[in-house]
Design a protein around this ligand. Structure first.
Ligand code: MRU
Length: 360
């Protein structure tokens, strides 16, 4: 997708220099910085500090992390250590584990000397597969949007989204945004309500930024405004992403998703969750403590932004020494979700729905 009218993906391999390059998302929307990840350690730092974030992109980056690890030392011992390091870098997105498993399964079969070249091919394929999934999610999701327009005799649709499940959270297209981009390509008028998404503001800093760069009409709202807008009839549909769908259809996503789903349910507004198959956790049907990431208090107590002279500043907005709790994800029970939009079609957010997905 485009930034300043130029096409980008979120991650790629620099063939000449033999390292990975990413868009540093901690610098958006104020500056577009492309940075190299030259070592496994660089990759782990990028995931931990959220220079890359969003479940599918974390998965793609982890795959490239193993490429850098195989370049450094292709032995079994290093493959294991690197995989453990990556798995510990962020706990919620199950795509990370999916990628590490795919890479390990294939690399373990190969002699050490073939592992670097092979890992590069597999990592590129992991990213390509994600791109294909996101495109398909867009085609299935677009159909839901166009049906809404037809069935309700409408000229425009208002969609609310939370956090950033856009192309910046994937390799390209996004999950929640892909149906929107595809609907617009078909000439459907879409306006997006973008939840600011405190404390890190991925909605305001990333979703609004990418939608505006793609010339999609959007308005940033505070996280608490969505309920009011829904009750006033200003939201026609919600579409979010997810970091992990449990095997019973419950969805873990950015903190605040649950409250939006409750408000949508109470106002009879369809609430869809868009995801590639790599986000499904078939091994767990209950949320555990280790699946919900708790992040540093500083994310809440400080805000950063540019002043009128364009200088980036970070300021404390809370009282000194206050108590702070910063859970970064929450669980939305499947009963509040209208459907899961996947690359294979739209499924119910139930155990049955997921087994239908699996058997297709
Ligand atoms: O903490 P983040 O920014 O990685 O959280 C991202 C989200 O919660 C997204 O909604 C999620 O990864 C969806 S995947 C496109």
């Amino acid at each position: 997708m485009k930034i300043n009218n130029k096409n980008y993906k979120t991650i790629w391999f620099n063939e000449k220099e033999k390292f990975v390059e990413i868009i540093d998302q901690t610098k958006l929307p104020h500056s577009l910085n492309i940075i190299p990840l030259k070592t496994l350690a660089d990759v782990i730092i990028a995931i931990k500090t959220m220079q890359v974030r969003g479940a599918p992109l974390i998965g793609g980056t982890a795959a490239y992390g193993l490429v850098m690890a195989m370049k450094e030392d292709p032995t079994d011992a290093n493959l294991y250590a690197a995989s453990q390091g990556l798995l510990a870098s962020r706990p919620t997105a199950v795509n990370l584990k999916s990628s590490v498993i795919i890479m390990n399964n294939k690399l373990k079969e190969l002699p050490d000397k073939e592992r670097f070249e092979a890992s590069l091919l597999i990592a590129k394929n992991v990213c390509l597969e994600d791109e294909k999934c996101c495109k398909q999610i867009g085609l299935y999701g677009k159909q839901i949007i166009s049906d809404f327009i037809k069935n309700n005799d409408r000229k425009e649709i208002n969609i609310l989204t939370h956090c950033n499940a856009g192309w910046l959270a994937t390799i390209d297209w996004g999950t929640a945004t892909s149906p929107i981009y595809h609907a617009i390509k078909d000439g459907i008028k879409v306006h997006v309500w973008v939840d600011e998404t405190r404390p890190r503001n991925q909605g305001a800093s990333l979703t609004s930024y990418e939608l505006t760069n793609e010339k999609v009409s959007n308005t940033i709202i505070s996280d608490n405004a969505g309920g009011l807008l829904m009750s006033e009839g200003k939201v026609d549909m919600c579409i979010t992403g997810t970091d992990r769908v449990l095997s019973n259809g419950d969805v873990i996503n950015k903190i605040g998703t649950y409250l939006k789903a409750l408000a949508a349910f109470d106002n009879n507004i369809p609430f869809y969750v868009a995801l590639p198959g790599t986000t499904i956790d078939y091994e767990n049907n209950k949320v555990t403590d280790t699946m919900i990431e708790y992040r540093a208090a500083e994310e809440l107590t400080y805000v950063s932004g540019i002043d009128n002279e364009g200088v980036l500043k970070k300021v404390r907005i809370f009282p000194k020494d206050c108590n702070v709790l910063n859970p970064a994800f929450d669980l939305t029970p499947g009963k509040f979700i209208t459907g899961l939009i996947t690359e294979k079609g739209v499924f119910q957010s139930t155990a049955d729905g997921l087994s239908k997905y699996r058997s297709q």
